[in-house]
Design a protein around this ligand. Sequence first.
Ligand SMILES: Cc1cc2nc3c(=O)[nH]c(=O)nc-3n(C[C@H](O)[C@H](O)[C@H](O)COP(=O)(O)OP(=O)(O)OC[C@H]3O[C@@H](n4cnc5c(N)ncnc54)[C@H](O)[C@@H]3O)c2cc1C
Length: 386
Amino acid sequence: MNDFLPSELQALRATAQAVVEEAILPEADRIDQECLWPATGLQALARAGLCGLTVPSRLGGHGQGLLGLAALTEVLGQACASTAMCYGMHCVATAVIAAKATPFHDDKYLRPIAAGRHLTTLALSEGGSGAYFFLPQASLLRQGERFIVEGTKQFVTNGSHADSYVVSTAACEEPVGGDFSCLVVDAGTRGLHWGEPWRGFGMRGNASRALRLEQVSVPLQHLLGREGDQAWYVFEVVTPFFLTAMAGTYLGVARAALECAVQYLKSRRYAHSGQAASEVEVLQYRVGQLWASVEKSRLLLHHAALLGDTGSPDALPAILACKADAATTAVTVANEAMTLCGGSGYRDHGLLSRLLRDARAGHVMAPTTDMLTVWTGRTVLGLPLV
Ligand SMILES: Cc1cc2nc3c(=O)[nH]c(=O)nc-3n(C[C@H](O)[C@H](O)[C@H](O)COP(=O)(O)OP(=O)(O)OC[C@H]3O[C@@H](n4cnc5c(N)ncnc54)[C@H](O)[C@@H]3O)c2cc1C
């Protein structure tokens, strides 16, 4: 792995790796088989001080941006994609809270998050608008000193396990300024109703559940940002942090699949010839191709993250492309690894099966691969995103 990351980030990555070995890897298969939310891994990440990754340093966090998120989600994703996604969504929601936090948000959310005592997550997408996650229909109505939120979110990672939910809404009768407003809703608030537990094709531990908000009453200070600047949140904060967390996760999945194939080819030896599978030239060629695609995806992701962190005007197409690219790489590498590992990789219903199923979520999670690729093209052509 490249080591041109800043030394502070290398240290955080080493801490994450230690947590992976102690608490995440041992649970990864069971999380997948039993659809378990990864409580042990997330608690270990909190104890190691990593849950405040995107909290500003002045509040006790690590003050990391996109590059830090990319590096850590890759390490976690290689071990357990469900854990990486749960952690990633927490870090993204934290960044959304931190972007324009008031002293109230600092004390109620960001300091406890930095101390590992508070888990948050994103509740954006809805059945009605689907992949168009930036067009919520959940409504926000101002009533005196409170907001009333009403609507249904169709997939909420960390659903029913988080301490708070960053919920997107659109203003209804009495407009509050924009057509996309995020606010933080605390777990336990009256009117939150959870749908069926998640039993997906992959990402089986991410506890992504539907959430119905029925006349949920929230104090005004839970609104994030000022009235009228909410579209800024979608494209300046939610999208770059979310895409980076997802790209890191799928890159980790791709690396794990490549590692499976390499280990298998090195250990497989034929009785009739004494030759190892790793000595077969066409297999060497295929491993070479897969390695190059994983490295290219990492370089694009880190390049995009660096451009984003430094506020470069060229960041947008790279950030849009990196998640679509990582999802494609993960699906391709996991699929090819299944072929390279022969009948035993297919038969055992083990790690490769999990990796292939987890990788497939990459294309359907909004912004989806197709949408991101179109948006990348529009950006390069100088057209507005949507
Ligand atoms: C494991 C998992 C975890 C998730 N966790 C969360 C979460 O924590 N928070 C959250 O808010 N959401 C979450 N989601 C929701 C996810 O973002 C949705 O799957 C997404 O919004 C897609 O919605 P849909 O299924 O209704 O797709 P649809 O809108 O029905 O789209 C179907 C297909 O049509 C394509 N399509 C539609 N319009 C276009 C277009 N204009 N251009 C190109 N292609 C197009 C889409 O790309 C997609 O492939 C999660 C999803 C999964 C699978």
